[in-house]
Design a protein around this ligand. Structure first.
Ligand SMILES: Cc1cc2nc3c(=O)[nH]c(=O)nc-3n(C[C@H](O)[C@H](O)[C@H](O)COP(=O)(O)O)c2cc1C
Length: 222
C-alpha cells in the first residue's frame, strides 16, 4: 500500500469482526511498529498482546465502566446532545461507534497494549501510530484508546505487571478486521492547524480538501 493512502485512511475503526488475526499478519504489524523511533533509540516501549477471551472480557467490563463515567462527566454535553437529537451527524457517528466499542471490546481478536515508562509517553506513541499504520496496510483496523488508564491498577494486574514494574500501560489498541469501509479521515482545514513563523500567524495559503488522492489528477490518470 502507498504510504500516503495509509496516512490518509488510517482512522479509528471500532467495529471489528471477531475472526482471528493470522500470526504472520500480527507479526508483520508488530515488527513494523517496533521500527518506530524512540528517544536515544533506547526502545523504552513494549507491546503486550492479549488474545485470551477471559482477559478480554475483563477488560471490556473495565472499559465499559470508564465509558459510562465519561458520559456522565467529560462527555456529558455530547451525550445529552445525542440523546436529544441536537448533535451533529459526525458527533452521532463517533458517539455510536465509541458505544459499540465499549460493548464489544472483547470481540476484537487482539487487544494490543503499549507500555512505556512514566513520563515517557513520547517514546511510546510513535510505535503506537506505526502499529496503526502497519495494521492498515494489512487491512486490519485499530483505534488508539487510553480510557483504561482510569483503571490502571486493575488493568496492570490483568496484564500481570509485577509490583514495582518500571513500565506502565500507556495505550490499548483493539485490532481486527473492520466491518466498515476505510475512508479519508475528516479533519479541520490545514490552514487552521498551521501557523507561519510566529504563533497565531496564518500561513498565507488555504487547502480546502485533502491532498490525497490528488484532487487535480484526472480520473483516467489514477
Ligand atoms: C491519545 C488518544 C486517545 C484516544 N482514546 C480513545 C479512547 O479511549 N476510546 C476511543 O474510542 N477512542 C479513542 N481515541 C480515538 C479518537 O477518538 C479518534 O482518533 C478521533 O475521534 C478521530 O477519529 P477518526 O480517525 O475516525 O476520524 C483516542 C485517540 C488518541 C490519539
Amino acid at each position: 500500500m502507498d504510504v500516503r493512502e495509509a496516512l490518509y485512511t488510517t482512522r479509528a475503526m471500532r467495529r471489528l469482526a471477531p475472526d482471528p488475526i493470522p500470526d504472520d499478519v500480527l507479526l508483520r504489524i508488530l515488527d513494523a511498529a517496533i521500527r518506530a523511533p524512540s528517544a536515544g533509540n533506547q526502545h523504552r516501549f513494549r507491546f503486550l498482546v492479549v488474545k485470551d477471551p477471559a482477559t478480554k472480557q475483563a477488560f471490556q467490563a473495565l472499559y465499559r465502566e470508564v465509558f459510562d463515567e465519561l458520559n456522565e462527566t467529560r462527555y456529558a454535553a455530547m451525550a445529552e446532545a445525542v440523546r436529544t437529537g441536537t448533535a451533529t451527524p459526525d458527533q452521532v457517528r463517533v458517539s455510536n461507534s465509541a458505544a459499540h466499542l465499549a460493548d464489544h471490546l472483547h470481540d476484537a481478536p487482539v487487544l494490543l497494549f503499549a507500555l512505556g515508562r512514566p513520563g515517557e509517553e513520547s517514546s511510546v506513541f510513535p510505535a503506537v501510530w506505526s502499529a496503526c499504520l502497519a495494521a492498515r496496510a494489512e487491512g486490519i483496523g485499530s483505534t488508539v484508546t487510553t480510557m483504561l488508564k482510569s483503571r490502571r491498577v486493575e488493568s496492570e494486574a490483568l496484564l500481570g505487571l509485577p509490583e514495582g514494574c518500571e513500565y506502565q500501560m500507556t495505550a490499548m489498541l483493539p485490532l481486527g478486521r473492520p466491518t466498515g469501509r476505510w475512508g479519508v479521515a475528516e479533519r479541520r482545514p490545514l490552514q487552521e492547524m498551521v501557523y507561519l513563523e510566529r504563533w497565531g500567524r496564518p500561513p498565507g495559503w488555504t487547502v480546502d480538501e485533502a491532498l490525497w488522492p490528488d484532487p487535480h489528477a484526472s480520473k483516467g490518470a489514477r
